[in-house]
Write a protein that binds this ligand. Structure first.
Ligand code: 5GP
Length: 211
């Protein structure tokens, strides 16, 4: 059985990764979502095990120590990380899984899973990005300034990704990501192993019957 696809959706802070990912999941119910662990406090409405696994710093460090995280990153004073076992199990079951994570973590995943599909979500413009970060309205000015500075640095990492998707309109962005996933499923490498195994089987059967 073919393994599932590991899809990493990343991009600068405030670009709308969370919104696009949530919409994509509604459109693709078979796409498995990797729930991250974090040390940040839950926002109103967020649920344990649905949005995040909320951890203390000690619990998070313990997860790092027992290699339970595929990657982790410190982001604006909090830790975020991807539980490893769930990702590996899902891929081995032949299911596609999506990680919605910030850029440093995405690059660490790329080292471990070079065959992953790395999608960088872009804002329609830098002005728009600033508007989205400021407009979130949930952070102090200090945090907004920091998020803006981080976002500019993050934009420089685009060259390390396989695909760039402009988030001009959520449905359009989702349609582009769905097209990418479909195309990745059609890559010839995914078929070569299976095809060769089948051919070998056929040849062995033919030789056996001729003897
Ligand atoms: P927020 O606090 O707004 O939910 O998330 C802050 C940032 O952390 C977002 O850019 C989000 O994509 C990222 N993030 C969420 N989960 C993970 C994770 O498991 N690993 C990494 N590296 N980043 C994550």
């Amino acid at each position: 059985m073919n393994k599932g696809l590991l899809i990493v959706l990343s991009g600068p802070s405030g670009v709308g990764k969370g919104t696009v990912c949530a919409s994509l999941r509604r459109k693709m119910p078979d796409l498995v979502y990797s729930v991250s662990a974090t040390t940040r406090a839950p926002r109103s409405g967020e649920q344990e095990g649905v949005n995040y696994f909320f951890k203390t710093k000690e619990q998070f460090q313990e997860m790092i120590a027992r290699d339970a995280l595929l990657e982790y990153a410190e982001y604006v004073g909090n830790y975020y990380g991807t539980p490893r076992e769930f990702v590996e199990k899902t891929l081995n079951e032949g299911k596609d899984i999506i990680l919605e994570i910030e850029v440093q973590g995405a690059l660490k995943v790329k080292e471990k899973f070079p065959d992953g599909v790395f999608v960088f979500l872009l804002p329609p413009s830098l002005g728009e990005l600033k508007q989205r970060i400021v407009g979130r309205g949930t952070e102090s000015q200090d945090k907004i300034d920091h998020r803006l500075a981080v976002a500019v640095e993050e934009m420089n990492l685009l060259s390390r990704y396989d695909y760039a998707v402009v988030n001009d309109e959520i449905d359009c962005a989702c349609a582009r990501i769905q097209a990418i996933i479909t195309a990745e499923h059609c890559r010839r490498e995914r078929f070569l192993h299976e095809l060769f195994d089948e051919l070998k089987g056929l040849t062995a059967a033919k030789n056996g019957s001729e003897r």
